[in-house]
Design a protein around this ligand. Sequence first.
Ligand code: ZN
Ligand code: ZN
Length: 346
Amino acid sequence: MRALVKSAPGPGLDLLEVPLPAIGPTDVLIRVRMAGICGTDGHIWEWDRWSQSRIHPPLIVGHEFVGTVAAVGDAVHRVNLGDRVAAESHISCQNCLLCRTGQEYICERVQILGVDRDGAFADYVAVPEHNVWQLDPAVPDAWAAVFDPLGNAVHTVMAAGVSAKSVVITGVGSIGLMAIPVARAAGAARVIAIDVNPKKLEIAQSLGADAAFDATTPDLRQRVLDLTGGHGTDVLLEMSGSGAAINLGLSLVRNGGRAALLGLPADNVSLNLAENIIFKGLTVLGINGRSMFATWYQMQTLVTARRIDLDPIITHILPLARYRDAFTLLNGGSAVKIVLDLTAAD
Ligand SMILES: [Zn+2]
Ligand SMILES: [Zn+2]
């Protein structure tokens, strides 16, 4: 089969012919139809500091995908041949304290698809049955291919709690953009988007943000205060991982508000803890992955009830052979979510 492989330490990925993945008794073999490219994949492509410490080549990359079940192990009962499926990319041990107490998504021994074990930028991927999500027929393939990051957005919004609240989102890349319709559907009263990319701010408004600001707007804090009765927002959803944006976002939340942090900083971040968290009495939440599998039920319901539209966020669908173009686009400012189509002719 074809696979995008990090074959040796260093930048880039190679499109290679490799053997089909083997499956154990509790595994499912999935013929991949489409796969989303994530910021994580961009880091692995570039071979940054994080990748150098975490990735052990050779590795097939990719963790967001949709496909069809091609084979099942002897002990598989819930999933059937031919099912159209996506999968939770965090493979939990199901034996640690967290797994045994309902918090599998922060499993102490988690293995991530396409990071710690072979992933989905390939014609076939093997996944434990436990992680396989059977799709409602109403979910389009391209949307199902990005259920993993949509789940990050849903998990962040639900953890923060946004009903009848004002919400500021710092960083409207694909997950920040997804959080806008999700927050709307969850009953947010007002959504304010902040980014440095004008195209993403435009999409944010088309998705239902009430206001979209460039992060360098000189009177930004005052503008946000004006929109929130002079108090600041009830909630911050931090999706950028930029130290400057985290500090900006925390400064925009009102006293007693909640901040949910999903964006991953590349380095330690310095915060004004006294002014922006302690004196304000903020509740700060670290968000990782998706609640398994509550988030998956929530996002499938949001899609089938037509409460969210992902089409404006999926800006490019490219055949696998054009993966170099895809990764070039990922680093440019014009693409948001890029999906590889493994069924397309080159
Ligand atoms: Zn991802
Ligand atoms: Zn565990």
